[in-house]
Ligand binder design. Structure first.
Ligand SMILES: [Zn+2]
Length: 239
C-alpha cells in the first residue's frame, strides 16, 4: 500500500508508556531508506520520516514500537528556559537573572547579575529577546570588525538572525550573518564562530589555509567546535 502525504506535514497522536500523548510529525523523504524517528533536541518535536513508498500504518506501527525509547529521550532533554522573571541566562559566560524592575523603571536595565525588565508575558519576553539581540550585535560586531582589519578584507554587511541550524555564514560578496543565540554561548565559542566567518572573507572553503587562518585569529578551536556540536541545540532552548 502506498499513500501520498500532503505538503503540510500531517500530525498523528502517539501514546507513550508514561500515559502522555504526544504529536508525531509525519514527513515523506525521497532520500530515506528506512522508516526513522527524529527528535529535535531544541524543541522536543518528534518526527516520523517515511521513505517514499512506506505505508503510513507501517510507520505508525514502528513509532509505536519505539514509544518507550521516545519517552526516555524526551525525559532526558534539558528543560527549556522561558524569558520570564526568575529565569537565569548565560550571557557571554556570566549568569544573568531576569527580574522585574525594583523601582517601576520603564526601561530594560542590567545591573550586575540581574536584568531588570518591565512588562508582563509576551512584552517581558520580547524585551529580553531584543536586549539579547542588541548585545549580540554589539559583541559580534566589535569582534568581526577587529578581525576584518587583521585579514584586510572589508565586511559588506553584518546581519544578526535566528537561523535554525547555522551559527554563522559568509557570502561571496562579503556579507556576514550570525545567530544572536551565540551571545548565550561561552565567549571563546563566540570568538571562534566570528573568526571562522571572518576567515571565509579570505578563503571561501574549509581547506588547510582556511583553518590555519582561523587558528591564527582565534587559537586552537577544536574544543569550541566540539562544544557547539554537543551543546549547540541547547542554545535554542532559551526563549
Ligand atoms: Zn565555514
Amino acid at each position: 500500500m502506498t499513500s501520498i502525504l500532503q505538503p503540510a506535514n500531517p500530525v498523528r497522536q502517539l501514546a507513550l508508556p508514561d500515559g502522555r500523548d504526544i504529536e508525531l510529525l509525519l514527513r515523506r523523504s525521497a532520500r530515506a531508506r528506512h522508516v526513522m524517528l527524529r527528535i529535535d533536541d531544541a524543541n522536543g518535536e518528534v518526527e516520523l520520516v517515511l521513505p517514499r513508498r512506506a505505508a503510513i500504518c507501517d510507520g505508525l506501527a514502528f513509532a509505536d514500537s519505539k514509544a518507550g525509547w521516545i519517552a526516555a529521550r524526551l525525559n532526558a532533554l534539558p528543560p527549556t528556559v522561558p524569558f520570564r522573571p526568575g529565569s537565569v541566562l548565560p550571557v557571554l559566560g556570566d549568569s544573568i537573572a531576569l527580574m522585574r524592575p525594583l523601582n517601576g523603571a520603564k526601561r530594560v536595565r542590567r545591573s550586575g547579575g540581574a536584568l531588570q525588565v518591565p512588562g508582563d508575558g509576551d512584552a517581558f519576553a520580547g524585551r529580553v529577546r531584543r536586549w539579547l539581540i542588541a548585545e549580540a550585535r554589539r559583541e559580534i560586531g566589535a569582534r568581526a570588525h577587529r578581525l576584518a582589519l587583521e585579514v584586510e578584507r572589508p565586511i559588506k554587511r553584518l546581519a544578526i538572525r535566528d537561523p535554525a541550524t547555522r551559527w554563522g555564514s559568509c557570502s561571496a560578496a562579503g556579507g556576514l550573518s550570525f545567530s544572536w543565540r551565540l551571545i548565550l554561548a561561552p565567549p571563546e565559542v563566540l570568538d571562534y564562530v566570528v573568526a571562522h566567518e571572518i576567515a571565509h572573507l579570505r578563503h571561501m572553503n574549509h581547506g588547510r589555509r582556511f583553518w590555519s587562518l582561523v587558528e591564527k585569529l582565534a587559537g586552537d578551536c577544536s574544543a569550541h567546535r566540539t562544544w557547539l556540536r554537543r551543546n549547540g541545540t541547547l542554545l535554542r532552548r532559551y526563549g
